[in-house]
Write a protein that binds this ligand. Structure first.
Ligand SMILES: Nc1nc(=O)c2c([nH]1)NC[C@@H]1CN(c3ccc(C(=O)N[C@@H](CCC(=O)O)C(=O)O)cc3)CN21
Ligand SMILES: CC(C)C(=O)C(=O)O
Ligand SMILES: [Mg+2]
Length: 269
């Protein structure tokens, strides 16, 4: 498994796997299951913080969860997802916010939602030693312009995504997320680039795949059409909590083995 971005590359026999995690136990489960990279996604906004988009997520929130994920794991690459307006406004601020994820929180790399405005920033970050994962196609921080719809569906839009993909590789990005784009566009970009492409709703010809952990675990209430549940963790949580509630209400918990009596104590009343 990769512990530096140099080992996270295309052309391997099996596709690369990436999953989001926002806490230590989920990160530990990802590591135990052999996930190659963990993305501390700004999807934490809707997945765990109760917002209806990723826009309100702060640098402090991503930083604190990145620290938790990095402390809980050794092997997987840990990538911090830079939140809305934490990059791309002011260069010094972008470098400070991204650098903090590596310097203070133990991330190995950052991801930034990309566009023509992030080519120079990607180069600058890479130059100072902050590996950048680029992200094209559906970029949820642009929900107010794009909604959550498919991207790259016209020839013109597809060409633009392919051009930006090449520009970000040339700028020094170590990998590229392609979200909600046609499988044939993602396949073409994957062929063209030498850095690994990681798809989400982008078909099976990318070098790797990423999904939001809540969707994979069966923990979410609403999941995108391209996601799949491989478990029923929400059901499992409800069963465990119901068991606890019933045991307390029936007087079965706590039992003797969960309590202790000090025979030396005097009666207090
Ligand atoms: N749990 C979760 N999973 C994700 O994959 C995810 C998040 N949260 N939060 C951030 C973004 C938002 N994403 C989404 C959310 C919804 C659709 C979706 O339902 N798309 C429909 C409707 C499009 C529309 O509104 O026009 C589609 O048919 O494409 C797609 C991606 C992907 N990301
Ligand atoms: C879905 C991935 C690519 C993401 O950006 C996130 O989880 O925030
Ligand atoms: Mg994100």
């Amino acid at each position: 498994m990769p512990t530096t971005v140099r080992e996270f590359r295309s052309g391997t026999e099996t596709p690369l796997t990436m999953l989001t995690a926002y806490d230590a136990p989920t990160a530990a489960a990802c590591e135990a299951a052999g996930v190659d990279a963990i993305l501390v996604g700004d999807s934490m906004g809707n997945a765990t913080l109760g917002y209806d988009s990723t826009l309100p997520v702060t640098v402090d929130e991503v930083a604190s969860r990145t620290g938790a994920v990095a402390r809980a794991t050794d092997e997987p690459l840990v990538i911090a997802d830079m939140p809305f307006l934490s990059f791309g406004v002011d260069e010094a601020e972008s470098l400070k916010n991204a650098g903090r994820m590596l310097k203070e929180e133990g991330a190995h790399a950052v991801k930034i939602e990309s566009g023509s405005h992030t080519v120079e920033l990607t180069e600058r970050l890479a130059d100072v030693g902050i590996p950048v994962m680029a992200h094209l196609g559906l970029t949820p921080q642009k929900v107010n312009q794009l909604g959550y719809s498919r991207q790259g569906t016209s020839q013109e839009a597809a060409n633009e995504i392919a051009r930006l993909a090449r520009e970000h590789e040339d700028a020094g990005a170590f990998a590229l997320v392609l979200e909600h784009v046609p499988a044939n566009l993602a396949a073409g970009i994957t062929d063209d680039l030498s850095i690994p492409t990681i798809g989400i709703g982008a078909g099976s010809d990318c070098d790797g795949q990423v999904l939001v952990a809540n969707d994979v675990l069966g923990l979410g209430d609403h999941q995108p059409p391209f996601a799949a549940a491989f478990g029923d963790v929400r059901g499992e949580m409800e069963r465990a909590v119901s068991g606890y509630v019933e045991a307390v209400e029936d007087g079965e918990f706590p039992a003797e083995e969960h309590s202790h009596v000090e025979s030396d104590l005097d009666d207090l009343y």
